[in-house]
Design a protein around this ligand. Structure first.
Ligand SMILES: NC(=O)c1ccc[n+]([C@@H]2O[C@H](COP(=O)([O-])OP(=O)(O)OC[C@H]3O[C@@H](n4cnc5c(N)ncnc54)[C@H](OP(=O)(O)O)[C@@H]3O)[C@@H](O)[C@H]2O)c1
Length: 267
């Protein structure tokens, strides 16, 4: 057991209304496991305080995660950007005032593991914020044609332009298409995806309030493969630990820990 003392390093997550976040559980488990003298805290910050809080934390912490709704705002406050994060236009991990996007790495790795390569697949993404940016760049560079639906259409148009500039075929839609191979929910609201929009191959849901949510239940009933928000959370956390302290944790081990401690249900 590591006790907090004068050499304990600070890590944390900054977001808004994020009391549900399991990132502190995962990262404090990781630090204990490898005897790294560090603590990971949650910083729930209202929008008018974000810049001040982020700059302070980026300066004094050894590593930060950035989450809803700040992944795009953080981009302009950093001294450097990993080249992928710069193209994506969103940051979820910071080390030494340099920004990275481990959501992108998580989606890429989980999709390849689940269905292998994509080729001319139709991917429909709900949302146009930080998570949607990470998912659309991952799926686009894996070979998908990307369609975007978002409550604020202008934000989806801007994302489509950024995707096109980076060689990804992208279009904004008002409603879902007849045929879709992959559907991604990158919003906090799974109810926006109606039954007629279910895909033929894979559903990716970023939310992780409940593992047995209606969207994933529908996927199971229809025999459609799915990647749930907990799997994304764990994978992006593993990628962040690689960046911060160079360790590589196992997805299964973290999943087992979260189930054992009662944070999530087993499937
Ligand atoms: N599992 C994970 O590891 C993981 C990683 C990243 C994100 N997430 C989750 O993914 C979700 C999106 O996160 P983010 O970082 O992309 O946030 P963000 O940058 O703030 O973007 C939020 C997106 O959701 C849309 N949205 C918000 N409320 C909505 C509603 N009631 N109905 C329809 N659309 C709505 C927004 O539309 P407008 O543009 O119209 O505002 C925007 O497109 C959050 O629930 C977050 O917790 C999970």
């Amino acid at each position: 057991m590591t006790w907090i003392d004068s050499s304990t390093a600070l890590y944390g997550i900054i977001g808004k209304n994020i009391s549900y976040s399991l990132s502190p559980v995962i990262h404090n488990y990781a630090f204990r496991k490898v005897n790294h003298n560090a603590v990971y805290l949650r910083f729930d910050v209202s929008e008018h305080l974000f810049e001040t809080a982020f700059m302070g934390l980026a300066n004094v912490s050894k590593g930060l995660n950035v989450t809803i709704p700040y992944k795009e705002r953080a981009l302009g406050l950093l001294e450097g950007l990993d080249s992928i994060a710069e193209k994506i236009g969103a940051v979820n991990t910071v080390k030494s005032r340099v920004g990275f996007n481990t959501d992108y790495l998580a989606i890429k790795s989980l999709v390849v593991k689940k269905i292998g390569s994509l080729s001319n697949d139709i991917c429909l993404i709900y949302g146009a914020g930080g998570a949607a940016r990470a998912a659309s760049f991952s799926l686009g560079w894996l070979g998908c044609k990307v369609f975007l639906i978002n409550r604020t259409k202008g934000r989806a148009k801007k994302l489509a332009e950024d995707l096109s500039r980076n060689g990804i075929d992208a279009e904004v839609l008002d409603g879902c298409r007849d045929r879709t191979d992959v559907v991604v929910n990158a919003t906090p609201n799974i109810r926006i995806i109606s039954n007629k929009c279910l895909p033929s191959s894979l559903i990716i849901d970023f939310t992780y309030g409940s593992r047995e949510n209606d969207l994933l239940k529908r996927a199971k009933q229809e025999g459609v493969l799915f990647i749930d928000g907990i799997s994304i959370l764990i994978r992006q956390a593993i990628e962040a630990q690689k960046i911060w302290i160079g360790i590589e944790l196992e997805e299964e081990e973290i999943m087992h820990y979260l189930v054992k401690k009662g944070y999530i249900n087993a499937w």
